[in-house]
Design a protein around this ligand. Structure first.
Ligand SMILES: Cc1cc2nc3c(=O)[nH]c(=O)nc-3n(C[C@H](O)[C@H](O)[C@H](O)COP(=O)(O)OP(=O)(O)OC[C@H]3O[C@@H](n4cnc5c(N)ncnc54)[C@H](O)[C@@H]3O)c2cc1C
Length: 302
C-alpha cells in the first residue's frame, strides 16, 4: 500500500507515526523547508526561536500522556502543568517521523485520481504518484485552494471552517538585552509576548516573539508580511519603537493561526475514494484536536 500525506505539521506527523507500524511506503509532502507547521522553530545559527505554539499546556489526559512520552524521550521537559521543548518545538514533529519519508519545498496544488490511484502535482508541475491512499492534514481553507474533487457534502462542511490570523514579530539579538514587556503590552494590538531566550537560557543571546491580536491580523491578512510589519511597528509609541530597533526583526503572518470553529466529527474518511482528512478543526479547534483526529484516522482499518 503506497500512501501520501500532505502537510508535515503536527497532524501530518502524528498521522505518520500512527500509520508507520502497519505501512512502510509513506511519503509526506510539505510546502515549507521543514516540519512543524504551526509548531515551528526558526534556527539562528545554533539558537532556537519557537514562533508558533511555544510550549504545550495539555487540557486533556490524551495530550498529557503524549507529552509525558515526549518528555521520556528527551524532546520536551515538564515544568508544573507545562511541557517546554528542549531544542526547538518543531523537534516534536521530527521525533514522530522518519525524515527519509519527507519531501520538503513541495507545495501540492493539484490532485487527481486515475485508474484507482492518486496523483499529486506541485507548483513546478512535477507529478508524484501513484498512491493507493491519500491523507490531507492541512487547514480547511488550504484544502479548498487546491484543485481537487471532493464529495459535495464534505466540501460544504469545509467551507464552514474559518480561521483567525496572527501576525508574529520575531526579535533577536546577539547581546543580552531585555524588552520592557509591560510597555509592549500597552499596545492594544499585542496579544502575547514570549520571552524565548528565557525558555532556552542562552547567555549571550536574547529573543522574543510578539504575537498580535486576531483583530489586528484578520483585518490585514491579505497584505504581505513585510507590509503588515511596517503597519505593526507604527502602532507602538516612539520610545518603544526605538527599543524594538535594538533587535533584528523577522515578520511572520499566520493566516490560518487558530480554527474559530470545528466539525462535529473526529476525522473524514471515504473508504471507496481512499481519501482521509484530519486536523485541528475536527471535534475541537486546537492542538488536542490535531492529536486525536490524526490518531483516530491513523488507527482505522484502512
Ligand atoms: C502563534 C500560535 C500559537 C499557538 N498556540 C497554541 C496553543 O498554545 N495551544 C494550542 O492548542 N494550539 C495553539 N496553536 C494552534 C496549533 O499550533 C495548531 O492547532 C496545530 O499546530 C495544527 O497542526 P496541523 O498539523 O493540523 O496544521 P499545520 O500546523 O498548519 O500544518 C499543516 C502543514 O501543511 C503544510 N501545507 C499547507 N498546504 C500545503 C500544500 N498545498 N502542500 C504541501 N504542504 C502544505 C503547511 O506548511 C504546514 O506545515 C497556536 C498557533 C499559532 C499560530
Amino acid at each position: 500500500m503506497k500512501i501520501a500525506i500532505i502537510g508535515a505539521g503536527f497532524s501530518g506527523c502524528n498521522l505518520y507515526n500512527n500509520l508507520k507500524e502497519k505501512y512502510q511506503d509513506i511519503t509526506i509532502f510539505e510546502k515549507s523547508r521543514g516540519v512543524g507547521g504551526r509548531i515551528s522553530t526558526k534556527y539562528i545559527e545554533d539558537k532556537f526561536i519557537d514562533y508558533g505554539t511555544s510550549s504545550i499546556i495539555p487540557i486533556t489526559d490524551d495530550l498529557k500522556f503524549f507529552c509525558l512520552d515526549l518528555a521520556k524521550n528527551g524532546v520536551v521537559k515538564s515544568k508544573y502543568d507545562e511541557f517546554i521543548p528542549k531544542n526547538g518545538i518543531n523537534n516534536i514533529c521530527k521525533f514522530l517521523i522518519d525524515e527519509k519519508s519527507l519531501v520538503t519545498n513541495t507545495r501540492i496544488e493539484k490532485i487527481i485520481k486515475k485508474n484507482e490511484k492518486w496523483f499529486l502535482e506541485d507548483t513546478n508541475h512535477k507529478i508524484f504518484g501513484d498512491f493507493d491512499l491519500l491523507f490531507l492534514t492541512i487547514p480547511a481553507p488550504q484544502i479548498l485552494q487546491m484543485d481537487i474533487e471532493l464529495p459535495d457534502n464534505f466540501k460544504n462542511k469545509l467551507l464552514d471552517i474559518k480561521y483567525d490570523s496572527t501576525f508574529s514579530l520575531i526579535l533577536y539579538s546577539d547581546e543580552n538585552i531585555k524588552l520592557d514587556e509591560n510597555k509592549i503590552y500597552e499596545n492594544k494590538n499585542v496579544k502575547d509576548i514570549i520571552n524565548n531566550s528565557k525558555k532556552y537560557a542562552y547567555k549571550d543571546f536574547s529573543s522574543y516573539v510578539i504575537h498580535s491580536t486576531k483583530e489586528f491580523a484578520n483585518n490585514l491578512n491579505e497584505l504581505t508580511k513585510e507590509e503588515i510589519h511596517q503597519i505593526f511597528l507604527k502602532t507602538f509609541e516612539n520610545e518603544t519603537s526605538k527599543e524594538l530597533e535594538n533587535f533584528k526583526q523577522i515578520p511572520h503572518l499566520w493566516k490560518y493561526a487558530f480554527a474559530k470553529n470545528s466539525l462535529d466529527m473526529p476525522y473524514f474518511f471515504d473508504k471507496e475514494l481512499k481519501l482521509g482528512i484530519c486536523g485541528d478543526y475536527f471535534s475541537h479547534n486546537n492542538l488536542e484536536a490535531s492529536l486525536l483526529s490524526s490518531e483516530f484516522l491513523g488507527n482505522l482499518n484502512l
